[in-house]
Design a protein around this ligand. Structure first.
Ligand code: NAP
Length: 293
């Protein structure tokens, strides 16, 4: 199958490169042209529009930011829908809402185009190493067709159920990620107050009962003062916003999720939205400073 890939950001660039390394026939597109350089140099064709990607592929994968971006890439001018043809499968691997996934699937069905929602987890390192976990919603037979492509990007491929189920799984996952981030930052704040040796604190947190992917991935970056994104803080805030929206539909109380949403929003308001999720520490640092003055 010919594969098209749209959105060569932190995640998409590595994911697309792994599809290429997996031996699939690939064409890529990115809004900011400069990010296509490594693909051009590797001899991968670069499309001028998402429309061209759709025209030249059997499976068009999107890895952009939020639902409005997905909508724009599919249904905007020179979008994927303009290049739609019978047999095309559109796969949205960005994280957004289950509700939008259903809407995209219905709109594409009118064009005889199939749709899967297939968000991922595993971070920038997991994307680079082809070790992502991928959660897929949509028709089972369409999932089976695309599975070999998923296997070139990930190690664990979960069929979650009908359209929207991949996004539902991902929102569940994101609550745990956000609260692990909060737990890590608060533990570090107390360790700083105690003047503990941070290397030893890392040894403890990354091997003991509190061990987590978040601690292993983001604490070493924090210890080096590195706030650059593996996973952007504004993206986690987006995900948590969708989780709360879904929960509100049936009055499901999510106490800690509501709190972390406000904390992420406030950190974003301080100017750290484009930094990594470890930048949550800045909220604490700012509040501590405010208390001292
Ligand atoms: P990123 O580095 O910010 O990349 C976003 C990509 O989407 C860029 O290629 C950007 O193009 C493109 N894009 C955004 N809006 C667009 C639009 N309206 N039209 C066309 N292109 C658009 O983000 P990322 O970290 O790769 O994350 C991508 C998605 O994966 C997000 O939904 C995120 O929540 C999810 N995710 C991220 C991680 C992680 O650890 N980073 C893990 C799992 C899931 P430009 O280059 O032109 O800006």
């Amino acid at each position: 199958m010919k594969v098209g890939f749209i959105g060569l950001g932190i995640m998409g660039s590595s994911m697309a490169y792994n599809i290429f390394k997996g031996g699939h026939d690939l064409i890529v597109y990115n809004r900011t042209e400069s990010k296509t350089k490594i693909f051009r140099e590797a001899g991968v064709p670069v499309a001028k529009t998402p429309k061209e990607v759709a025209e030249k592929s059997d499976v068009a994968i999107l890895m952009v930011t939020d639902a409005p971006d997905v909508e724009n890439v599919i249904f905007g001018k020179n979008g994927v829908a303009d290049g739609a043809h019978e047999g095309l499968i559109v796969v949205d691997m960005s994280t957004n809402s289950p509700e939008y996934a259903g809407k995209f699937a219905n709109m594409l069905a009118e064009l005889k185009v199939e749709f899967l929602d297939a968000p991922v987890t595993g971070g920038d390192v997991g994307a680079k190493e082809g070790r992502l976990t991928i959660m897929v919603g949509g028709k089972k037979e369409i999932f089976e067709k695309v599975k070999p492509i998923f296997e070139s990007m990930g190690k664990i491929i979960i069929y979650a159920g009908p359209v929207g189920s991949g996004q539902k799984m991902k929102l569940v996952n994101q609550i745990a990620v956000a609260l692990s981030d909060l737990a890590m930052i608060e533990a570090i704040e107390l360790a700083k107050f105690f003047n503990l040796d941070m290397e030893q604190v890392y040894k403890l947190l990354s091997t003991g009962g509190a061990r987590s992917f978040t601690i292993e991935s983001y604490m070493p970056r924090l210890m080096k003062g590195d706030l650059e994104p593996g996973f952007k803080l504004s993206h986690l805030r987006k995900d948590i916003g969708y989780a709360l929206e879904e929960a509100k539909k049936d009055k499901i109380p999510l106490f800690a999720t509501s709190l972390i949403y406000q904390m992420l929003l406030s950190t974003e308001n301080l100017g750290y939205g484009e930094k990594g999720i470890q930048a949550l520490i800045k909220l604490y640092e700012n509040l501590s400073k405010a208390q001292q003055s």
